[in-house]
Design a protein around this ligand. Structure first.
Ligand code: ZN
Ligand code: ZN
Length: 446
């Protein structure tokens, strides 16, 4: 299914030409001993560095090295010995020093972290890179950017996509259960983000593409149908999940941004990630947080579908001053608050004049918005899938306290200048009350 979308240009009804940058995607049980070797030989790579951490080595690194031994291709293994590898200055520096002057291609063997590190170092060093993936845990394998921790902040750096990616379904199916459920969580997030994208199209006239949205949506529902197989750990289902995650990456390339893959469920996840990092807490898988954020975001659509707004009263409602907002942002974002304030100064998404303009559009299109909200998947659908996969459903299950959950719902929208259902609730003067309702429901037992 995915082959039809790569290495070609698609002239779309939306007016854009969609193109994916990745040249080759191989998902089969001979991906390492046949396809990877054929790719290295065809491109005449003579010396390479295989990069992995201890888990990646066990999962596929050992097999990659064993296969290379049987060829005349020179390679060096760069093994991270850390028990927990973070994509930070240490990992970047360590790899950069390890490959200095050598290798014409870097082969990343692993999942999120190892790929982010290899993507960045290879781009800075002017080298090619390709990936042997070990877990269907996130949708970033073919991404052209690296999410890295710099001075305790998670930042995105524009780098380059891998030239080719290789996956063996048996290796994917053997990945730890919580990595597979993280991949499902990241994928379930698309159900919300496609609604957020459509919402922004209605309210802000943002470009929207039915073709891209359809590809993502089909891939998500096809994976949901494989839920039993994922629970059993069968390799066909792991391959379906991986292909859906890769398609989401292809669609980001098609769109030229992350709109088809990331909405406010991701902003909620980023908010907790940032706070955990600043407070020195143990990291939680990206997709695990996204899954929890998706349940909250779909509760927001459900909340919107029940509203009958009095637009005159909304326009007269007193709004928080910039100073008061700034003060709250310092409390919510701690050491990362200055960037958030700068972003708001540039985007002005909370400006009263811009709000007034949006409110007129919202009032005019209320029926459309209400229909979008009513048609959105119910949050219980997402929670029941996560529950079957034994993945966390509520913020408390990943150690997020009531106040941190509430702050995420109210302030996650400040992380990006991207219209979502959380901004709609703010526009309608309902965001605080929605946050209150959700956290009271989640933390009633505490
Ligand atoms: Zn299109
Ligand atoms: Zn994601």
């Amino acid at each position: 299914m995915i082959e039809q979308y790569i290495s070609k240009s698609i002239k779309c009804k939306c007016g854009k030409v969609h193109k994916s940058r990745v040249e080759s995607i191989e998902i089969n049980d001979n991906a390492i001993d046949t396809d990877l070797i054929a790719f290295l030989k065809a491109n005449k790579y003579r010396s390479l560095t295989v990069v992995c951490d201890k888990n990646g080595y066990k999962a596929a690194g050992k097999m990659v090295c064993g296969t290379l031994e049987k060829t005349d291709i020179q390679y060096k293994l760069h093994l991270f010995h850390n028990d927990f590898l973070a994509p930070d200055e240490y990992a970047i520096g360590n790899l950069a020093m390890g490959i200095f002057g050598e290798s014409d291609i870097i082969v990343a063997v692993g999942s999120g972290t190892v790929n982010d590190v290899c993507r960045y170092v290879s781009a800075v060093a002017g080298k090619e890179f390709c990936t042997v993936g070990t877990a269907p845990s996130m949708d970033g394998y073919i991404s052209g950017s690296s999410a890295l921790i710099y001075n305790n902040l998670k930042l995105t750096f524009e780098t380059h996509p891998p030239k080719a990616v290789f996956f063996e379904p048996t290796i994917l199916a053997n990945a730890p259960r919580n990595m597979i459920s993280s991949g499902v969580g990241d994928l379930l997030g698309k159900i919300n983000c496609l609604c957020d994208w459509k919402l922004s199209n209605i309210i802000n006239g943002e470009w929207y593409c039915d073709f891209i949205s359809g590809i993502v949506s089909d891939a998500v529902w096809k994976t949901i149908d494989c839920c039993d197989g994922l629970i059993r750990g069968d390799s066909e289902s792991a391959a379906v999940l991986l292909e859906a995650l890769l398609l989401s990456g292809v669609c980001m390339d098609f769109a030229g941004n992350s709109r088809p893959a990331s909405g406010c469920e991701h902003h909620i996840s980023h908010f907790w990630e940032m706070r955990f990092l600043l407070e020195g807490r143990k990291a939680v898988f990206h997709g695990t947080k996204v899954g929890i954020g998706t349940v909250i975001a779909l509760k927001a659509y459900e909340y919107v579908s029940a509203l009958n707004p009095d637009f005159k009263a909304i326009r007269n409602k007193p709004r928080m001053s910039f100073d008061e907002w700034e003060n709250n942002v310092h409390k919510a974002f701690l050491g990362a608050s200055n960037e958030i304030i700068e972003l708001e100064k540039k985007s002005g998404k909370n400006d009263i004049e811009k709000l007034d303009t949006r409110l007129s559009v919202i009032e005019e299109n209320w029926d459309k918005i209400k229909a979008l909200a009513s048609d959105a998947a119910k949050p219980e659908i997402i929670s029941s899938i996560l529950k079957r996969l034994k993945a966390p459903i509520t913020p408390a299950e990943i150690g997020v306290e009531k106040e941190l959950a509430k702050q995420a719902i109210i302030y996650a929208k400040e992380i990006r200048d991207r219209y979502t259902v959380l901004q709609l609730l703010w526009d309608l003067g309902e965001l605080d009350s929605f946050a209150e309702t959700v956290v009271n429901e989640y933390y009633k037992m505490y």
